[in-house]
Design a protein around this ligand. Sequence first.
Ligand SMILES: N[C@@H](CCC(=O)N[C@@H](CS)C(=O)NCC(=O)O)C(=O)O
Length: 219
Amino acid sequence: MKLYSFWRSLASFRVRIALKLKRRDFDVVSTDLLAGDQFKSDFNLINPQAMVPSLVLDDGSILYQSMALLEYLDEVYPDPPLMPQNAMARARVRALCMMAVADIHPLVVPRVRKYMTDKVGLDEAALNQWIENWTNLGLAAMEAHIEQNNPDGIYCEGDTVSLADLCLIPQVGAAQMFGFDVSHYPHLSRIFETCMSHPEFFDSRPQVQPDYPEELNGR
Ligand SMILES: N[C@@H](CCC(=O)N[C@@H](CS)C(=O)NCC(=O)O)C(=O)O
């Protein structure tokens, strides 16, 4: 399999974790979103939305949209399962996934940031406030969800890793990279530490990707 990915891409981070948890071999094809690789004409076949991730299967089929990839991998490679058995628990997992994937992440992606600076006229400080606002609003809701539904669990839902953790961890990692204080989210901070103690999560983080910029090493 080939994963079109970018070191900083949170959606790619989710899929890297899933591929590792499912023990799949995959090659990373780096797509430099800052250099505009996603807008090259031949990339249209890989992802018509000009985004990463895309997953190219061994038979050449191409899949995109990170949630579709996560669910595909979980269905085709059921061990270890990343969705609970119980319908209520599955609904809770999906709610957490959507908070990250649909309600935080799309507001902070490069195309939106570019629009906010180039078309709306935000300066760097205002852009950071924009990112911090939507990130905090979403993380606070995820923290509240866990406090209400699963305050004593090890992971987002109970004591087993689920797709909710795969969606949460990149978002918390990004908040830290942006320099936001996540310590006021005790559940999220604890789940982040726990997940990062697993190699499948730790080795999927942006800082160890082959295309991570050398000049950022040590930061
Ligand atoms: N909903 C999509 C979002 C994908 C997405 O926005 N990816 C970002 C990187 S994390 C991207 O490729 N952005 C390109 C751009 O904004 O120009 C998914 O989950 O796969």
